[in-house]
Design a protein around this ligand. Structure first.
Ligand code: ABU
Length: 493
């Protein structure tokens, strides 16, 4: 075929592309990986949105830019982004930069495939199956099913949809017409995705019954039972209970055995949102927190949180092995799932998903697991607990720090009481003044770029810090720095 000018495309010049890649990788290694994980560097370089917009020059123009300009843009993106792999980033439930997992992510991006059929993702179809089976084994299930979903919220929505379909199979075709008024149950401390899921799936947030919790944030099974009876008395049809292992703020674990007993008595689907706490199953010392999880019908578990696998890696796991997930979501697109393919089409697993195109999320976890072994992952989990315990003890030794509650997991919740407020607990405006301390300290740490930690009010409690260490690179010096820095930033408030 004669070369036509319309077929030429400078962006696809192979040699130039490889050169660009090499230079970009060098920048990535230096600015993203090395500086991004160096305690001596800033966690973030804060800019107000207007200034940042100008600095980044975000406008997309008609003409492309030369390589050096593009490389500078890559540097800018790295420079002004938050370094979540930095050992002083304690802001979210995920953190850290694992080199093996990162290689898995880079390979995934390079191959750029979709997880739906064996013909375009042979390695990843088999790998996903193996990784999900390993996660199920840790739950205590010898069989079952599952899928990687785009985050814990979606995994929880999967659970609601599958539970509804299991109870009312006609709902798939007939929709709400096939259904009574459904009711589902979750604790007051549970993740907001349960509410979102109820809205998204047409169940309605009014039909989410919030069950009371004890002082640690654990669901009260006797209240669950009462709420189920109340829903029935109101003419609703209970079908689903969500229990949480590792609530977002307090890190509470619901008592699964007692919740499972209630579900069994009432014939309800038990889903466990272990997005946060699931990784404790890897620890022989701490897995008791999830005692009874084997009785769940489904589980959400996000290795991207505590295991530092990298976003996103969220498993939806199912005890059923009869093909419920496929029956619930399957739509049989003839251009993807042709039944007359030359290979065993049971490996075309993508129709279990509510998505069409689906990212490969298994490789980074698989490679990390291969590198560390189950033992190494266990050490990673145990270390997170140990860091939290260390901080809790240090914090008790220091004046002005006050625990919200003794940590059972790796959520360390505490107030910092500045010298000006100490001894004023009885005064009328004490709580409102204390509630302003965490936001003020947060602003200072972000403006200086020294570290990041989250805060929130919680029920009747005014703003307090929630510190989480999941980054395996965090040292004792980083933990000491954390407390020193809170004191330094808050002492004049
Ligand atoms: N899924 C809740 C995560 C929020 C957080 O990182 O705090």
């Amino acid at each position: 075929m004669a070369e036509s000018s319309s077929l030429e495309h400078p962006g696809l010049d192979r040699a130039a592309g490889e050169e660009f890649l090499q230079e970009a990788f060098r920048i990535l290694l230096e600015e993203g990986v090395r500086k991004g994980t160096d305690a001596a560097e800033k966690v973030c370089e804060w800019k107000e949105p207007r200034e940042l917009r100008e600095l980044l020059d975000l406008e997309l123009r008609r003409r492309g830019e030369p390589r050096q300009r593009l490389l500078q843009r890559c540097r800018d993106v790295l420079r002004y982004s938050v370094k979540t792999g930095h050992p002083r980033f304690f802001n979210q439930l995920f953190s850290g930069l694992d080199h093996h997992a990162l290689v898995g992510r880079l390979i995934t991006e390079t191959l750029n495939t979709s997880q739906y059929t064996y013909e375009i993702a042979p390695v990843f179809v088999l790998m996903e199956e193996a990784v999900l089976a390993k996660l199920r084994e840790l739950l205590g299930w010898s069989a079952g099913d599952g899928i990687f979903a785009p985050g814990g919220s979606v995994s929880n929505m999967y659970a609601m949809n599958v539970a509804r379909f299991h109870r009312f199979p006609r709902s798939k075709r007939e929709g709400s017409w096939a259904l009574p008024r459904l009711a589902l149950f979750t604790s007051r401390e549970s993740h907001y995705s349960i509410q979102k899921g109820a809205a998204f799936l047409g169940i309605g947030t009014d039909n989410v019954y919030l069950v009371g919790t004890d002082e640690r944030g654990k669901m009260l099974p006797e209240q669950l039972e009462k709420e189920i009876e109340r829903a029935r008395a109101e003419g609703s049809e209970p079908f689903f209970v969500n229990a949480t292992c590792g609530t977002t703020v307090l890190g509470a674990f619901d008592p699964l055995r007692r919740v499972a007993d209630v579900c069994q008595r009432h014939g309800l689907w038990l889903h466990v949102d272990a997005a946060w706490g699931g990784s404790a199953l890897l620890s022989r010392e701490h897995r008791h927190l999830l005692d009874g999880i084997e009785r769940a019908d489904s589980v959400a578990w996000n290795p991207h949180k505590m295991l530092s696998v990298g976003l996103q890696c969220s498993a939806f796991l199912l005890r059923d092995s009869s093909g419920l997930l496929q029956r619930c979501h399957g739509a049989g697109a003839t251009y993807l799932f042709q039944p007359d393919k030359f290979y065993d089409v049971s490996y075309d697993t993508g129709d279990k998903s509510v998505q069409c195109g689906r990212r490969v999320d298994c490789l980074k976890l698989w490679l990390l697991w291969k590198a560390l072994g189950t033992e190494g992952l266990e050490r990673r989990v145990d270390r997170a607990f140990a860091c939290t315990q260390y901080l809790a003890e240090e914090l008790k030794r220091r004046e002005g720090f006050q625990l919200v509650l003794e940590p059972e997991f790796v959520n360390l919740c505490f107030w910092f009481v500045p010298p000006s407020l100490r001894g004023q607990e009885g005064s009328a405006d004490y709580c409102s003044r204390l509630g302003k301390v965490a936001p003020a300290i947060k602003e200072r740490m972000m403006r200086s770029g020294s570290m990041m930690v989250g805060y929130q009010p919680h029920g009747a409690r005014v703003n307090f810090f929630r510190q989480v260490v999941t980054n395996p690179a965090v040292t004792r010096a980083d933990l000491d720095f954390f407390l020193d820095e809170i004191e330094r930033l808050g002492r004049d408030l």
